[in-house]
Design a protein around this ligand. Structure first.
Ligand SMILES: Cc1cc2nc3c(=O)[nH]c(=O)nc-3n(C[C@H](O)[C@H](O)[C@H](O)COP(=O)(O)O)c2cc1C
Length: 176
């Protein structure tokens, strides 16, 4: 699928058909994340790929009981490594770095015909315990990936006028 078409067609998918992501496709999706940019190329990330049905169900419970997640073939957990991260003062780049890598995976998965959904509603400690994630690491988000069984239109977007300024903040963007 063309990249722009992929970006416009992607929707958050909350229903999945029984079926597997091929190993070849999973490799491509993960590789798309591995090649994401990161601050100073620190790559302060790890990813857990959960495919076992019982563990997926437990992870879904730890994600505010979003049980539908367990129907996806894969639940991918994106983890930040603060000690490997660039930052300034209190600011750390690792949540941004992990999010960019995960969005690369979303785009790759969409392009290959799979459904995904960003999951930000989860219990940090429960997910860490279920997946044996070391205490010094930090779960950033989760991502079910699977065969989509959900088609819906895009939810409304904020207007161009609100979002985009020309030259300085609040000035109209010419030609839009
Ligand atoms: C950081 C983040 C966290 C999100 N958390 C959840 C979530 O826990 N559960 C869920 O169903 N959708 C979640 N979403 C998906 C959003 O609801 C969705 O992206 C938004 O409604 C726009 O719809 P679209 O993705 O279909 O364009 C999350 C999205 C982002 C970016």
């Amino acid at each position: 699928m063309d990249t722009i078409e992929t970006l416009m067609k992607r929707r958050s998918c909350r229903a999945y058909k029984v079926g597997k992501i091929s190993e070849e496709h999973l490799h491509i999706i993960l590789e798309a994340g591995r090649y994401a940019p990161s601050a100073g190329n620190t790559q302060p990330w790890r990813f857990v790929i959960t495919r076992g049905s019982e563990l997926k169900k437990e992870v879904a419970v730890a994600c505010a009981e979003q049980h539908w997640m367990a129907n996806a073939d894969v639940i991918l957990t994106g983890i930040g490594v603060p000690k490997e991260s660039r930052g300034h003062g209190d600011w750390q780049w690792y949540p941004v770095d992990v999010a960019i890598a995960m969005q690369n995976m979303v785009v790759a998965a969409t392009s290959l015909g799979y459904g995904t959904c960003w999951i930000g509603a989860f219990d940090q400690q429960q997910v860490k315990q279920l997946l044996s994630i070391p205490p010094e690491m930090h779960v950033v988000a989760l991502l079910p990936i699977g065969i989509p069984d959900d088609t819906h239109d895009a939810p409304p977007r904020k207007s161009w006028d609100l979002l985009f300024s020309g030259e300085t903040y609040g000035s109209p963007l010419a030609g839009s």
